[in-house]
Design a protein around this ligand. Structure first.
Ligand code: MN
Length: 421
């Protein structure tokens, strides 16, 4: 049986048989059908896919669960890491190249103001000091063997700085075309040293019944065995200009000096599919935002006994705005939930707390709760000068956070929506 990470047999995939221009062609098609998975048969001579996980239900269906269960499954995975199974000969060993030109890959230029062609769906796997880390990083193509990598100062950056301070490049493998277990785990934000591969493995084990399979590259980095492509190389001490680049908010992120990656080996399965996550698309929202929801759930649950659901909203790019539904035990629980929610996802700048009779997936219901249960004099929390998201164009580095307690008062039956008899 062929084990491929990219599921293309799903219903409703739109197949593009003609050759799509590498400049703007993929972005044009993906943005005009934002929730439809698209399979490109010829992008720079390769197959590529996009909008694959552009729907909460589709992600849940992959794991054979309901969308309401994703948060609990991810929390379980975070608290029960599972060792992956190592296999000897992964399919990506079928094609190993040390002589190559990265410009021949289907790496598209997406938007006119982008500084270049970008890889957007690469999960970086690195090991340093006995710890492993998986994380997403955009890669700007520089030339035949090099990228500039955007390293936000988090775990991979910490490993990189430590390695460079010892005078060594940091070995890294970029995996493109990996399964949703890996994609979601790589986008969580946990303590340094917590191995996202084991979280992915646990998520897969508890939903699909088998752990993640991994394999060693020739230089010994353990990567997901069913990656379509593995680009193995090193993050070097050299830097280059990276950006501008459209990121999750759909606006241009600015130019910065960032580290240069040198690729040494390209591995791929036969007829590999290159995954493109269009920045600012629903797929980008899902893969980046959805794994933050369990973290918000976890911190709010520490201060409020009954947390029902958490959603980062599409209107807030699944990154900046959130909704949490709770059952109050006492007055003030709504305000405590606001403070805890901001701790769970520091990039969030607005959170709305609602009661359990409000469906967090329905923006109109949430607005109804704000309209009928909220008074700014009592329920509005504003926190100024917090560190927020660097991706928010309205922030000057510091951000003001807004919490809205739209829960009804304890025993507030007058606030229930009256149903027709
Ligand atoms: Mn990490």
């Amino acid at each position: 049986m062929s084990m491929r990470s990219i599921v293309i047999s799903m219903d409703g995939v739109s197949t593009i048989n003609y050759e799509v221009p590498l400049e703007y062609g993929a972005a044009r098609i993906l943005s005009s059908n934002p929730s439809v998975p698209v399979r490109f048969m010829n992008l720079n001579g390769h197959e590529a896919v996009g909008n694959l996980w552009s729907d909460r239900e589709r992600i849940a269906a992959y794991f054979h669960i309901r969308k309401e269960e994703i948060i609990k499954k991810m929390l379980h995975a975070i608290s029960h890491p599972t060792r992956p199974i190592e296999v000897d000969r992964p399919q990506f060993f079928d094609n190993i190249k040390e002589s190559f030109d990265l410009r021949e890959l289907p790496i598209p230029k997406l938007f006119p103001g982008d500084a270049g062609r970008y890889v957007t769906a690469a999960v970086a796997v690195a090991e340093f000091g006995g710890k492993r880390n998986l994380s997403f990083h955009r890669l700007m193509l520089l030339d035949d063997r090099r990228f500039a990598i955007r390293l936000v100062p988090r775990h991979l950056y910490t490993m990189y700085k430590s390695s460079i301070s010892e005078g060594k490049d940091l070995p890294v493998a970029f995996c493109i075309g990996v399964c949703p277990s890996i994609l979601l785990a790589a986008a969580t934000s946990l303590e340094y040293g917590q191995d996202e591969m084991e979280i992915a493995s646990s998520l897969r084990q508890s939903t699909l019944g088998d752990p993640v399979h991994v394999a060693s590259t020739k230089s010994g980095i353990i990567v997901p065995a069913y990656s379509e492509f593995v680009l193995e190389g090193r993050i070097t001490a050299e830097t280059a200009e990276e950006g501008p680049f459209v990121d999750i908010t759909g606006t241009y992120d600015k130019k910065r000096m960032q580290p240069v990656v040198e690729i040494d080996t390209i591995y791929s399965v036969d007829s590999p599919m290159f995954h493109i996550v269009l920045p600012g698309s629903i797929e980008h929202y899902m893969l980046m935002g959805l794994p933050r929801e369990p973290l918000i759930y976890r911190t709010v649950n520490q201060v409020v006994p009954y947390v029902h659901n958490v959603r980062l909203t599409e209107g807030g790019c699944c990154w900046l705005h959130g909704i949490v539904s709770i059952t109050k035990n006492k007055e003030g629980d709504g305000v405590n939930a606001i403070m805890a929610a901001f701790t769970g996802h520091p990039s969030m700048k607005k959170v709305t707390i609602v009661d359990n009779d409000i469906d967090v997936y329905d923006d109109r219901e949430v607005e109804w709760a704000v309209a009928t249960r909220f008074q700014a004099k009592k329920g509005l929390i504003v926190i100024d000068d917090a560190a927020g998201s660097t991706l928010d164009p309205s922030s000057d580095g510091l951000t003001s956070k807004v919490g809205i307690d739209a829960t009804k008062p304890m025993g507030g039956e007058d606030f229930d929506r009256v149903k027709a008899p």
